[in-house]
Design a binder for this molecule. Sequence first.
Ligand SMILES: [Zn+2]
Length: 287
Amino acid sequence: MTVLQLGAITVQRIVEHEIPVYAPADFFAEATAAAVEPYRAWLEPKALCPRTGLMIMPVVSYLVRTRHHCILIDTCVGCHKTYAEPPQWHQRGNAVWLSNLQAAGAHPEDIDYVFCTHLHSDHCGWNTQLVDGRWLPTFPNAKYVFARDEYQALEKENHPIFIDNVQPIMEARQAVLVDLDYALDDEIWLEPAVGHTVGHVAVHLKSGQHRATMCGDLIHTPLQLAEPGWSPTFEYDIAASTHTRKTFLEAHCETDTLVLTSHFPSPSMGHIVTRGNNYDFRYVSSD
Ligand SMILES: [Zn+2]
């Protein structure tokens, strides 16, 4: 398992699964077959499945160890959750994510902070696990950091994701509600990245001159590097999402900032570089 060293910080990707899930047209109104065709050779076979035409989108977390903390950023889909879609996420019985976390040398009790970029099913699922019919925090010693705006919107809806993945954390007094620019310390802090959801954040890491950012779902697929103006149809605010993504890409292109993505194909981490008038991704080497 690749361990990236970022000054005094280490970063490891924890994968839940990596399969072809959605067609580009399921996400983007602009993604007709003709519009995607010019990008097929560039995206296949890693990001776009040549056989099915579906985008290959892993679901991942990041385990971050600093001198002071053992942190998880996002917690994937989880087990036994009732999700409307896709079917692969509904009532999963496969706890491979938890084994992968342990293989990375972290046990649930070692985690002292959990950050969620946002509260969609594939980013907060392992926040809780089912124990004797009750949802309990998976990480008994962790503070869970939620952006207040994101939390409040989900609470207002009384959404099933709130009930199963978030409310039990609050009840266990392990939740910390924060502003969208919250800083834990000088090594890890949030930046507002709204649009995909009302309280979506990017999580920044810094150690010395080394920088990384976990971008969550402000960008879903490398296809959006070629078409930064394409936002998923299911965004909370499409105009804000487009603005956030374009600003992010411009800010980090051709810089040393390591970008940790949620859904780019393995190894999911890399640097944003230019490609013609738009962008490409230079993936880190992985074992
Ligand atoms: Zn996602």
